[in-house]
Design a binder for this molecule. Sequence first.
Ligand code: MRU
Length: 358
Amino acid sequence: MKVKINGKVMEYRNVWMENGIVNMIDQTRLPFEFRIQKTKSYRETAEAIRKMQIRGAPAIGVAASYGLVQAALEFINLKPEEFWRKMEEVAQEFLNTRPTAVDLHNMVKRMMTKIKKAESPQQCLQIALSESQLIAEENAEACKKIGLLGRDLIKSGDGVLTHCNTGALGTVDYGTAISIIKFAHYQGKKFIVLATETRPWLQGRLTDWELTQEDIEHYIIADAAAGYYMDRGEVQIVLVGADRILPNGDVINKIGTRILAVLAHENNIPFVVAAPTTSIDLFPKAENIKIEERDTKEITHIKGYNEETKELQTLRLYLTDRVKNPVFDITPAKYISKIVTEKHIIEPPYNLKKQLQN
Ligand code: MRU
């Protein structure tokens, strides 16, 4: 992704691994400070996922894959039985970091299936390393294809409404819904993006930062302003990402997605979901579908930048602690006009098990 530093444009990935260290763009400091967080152990990597220094469904799956490499490195001298027991524990720890995104499950499962074929801890480390790199490469490639496949959905003159951050910052590179926006922009089309702030965590700040790096014209709007702009005819398409897509086309995504989908339906505006196939839960089990509830402080407190001290500060917004903070919701398939993956643009009626075979 493009990152402007002191007037120069640099190319970065959101997350990568070097010499056993996981590097990630620290999303708790953006847009005020561009900083690479380096995690030196699987524990630190898991903590970075929990604290949302890295976030977005595919990005946390890739970080967890790298975390399993760090675990293999740490346990390499243990007896094989102990080594494998520890690896299973670490895999479970990663699965528990953020329960909703299926990419995390799919990628950790893929890593564990691969490494279990190893005959020794040493061989496991080699396999873990190459598989994690493959997973990261495949995600970057899939996100690029989503952008190329979906870019014609945006026309010059459109108003494009987006929610949360679905950019390179939520993946390894390019993004999901934002990848479509980027590739439409690279075609030279002129359109305006309306990006919701996405209370309470305010992922809209990340979208603002990312679209600014790309010189894509955009405005941040309050979440509650979406209906106003739809009613005024200023939104021609809504583009969002997904944390878990079910075979019937229901989409679990950032809280507030469902409101936007119902509103778009009411206003006859196409509502498009973009996600790599790693975000599809083809064999869902009810007990695995969990809507994450995060710390209520994300609602009662707000983090902002003090321009005098040049530091990030936290201020209290509410006196009450009677607060609920579910961070994802489920949008029924009937509101979703298209699902763009790296393979196809899928249309209703949804039967993803069948539609993905083609
Ligand atoms: O809580 P977050 O910021 O990890 O939630 C992210 C989203 O909901 C995105 O829409 C989703 O992961 C897909 S795009 C990377």
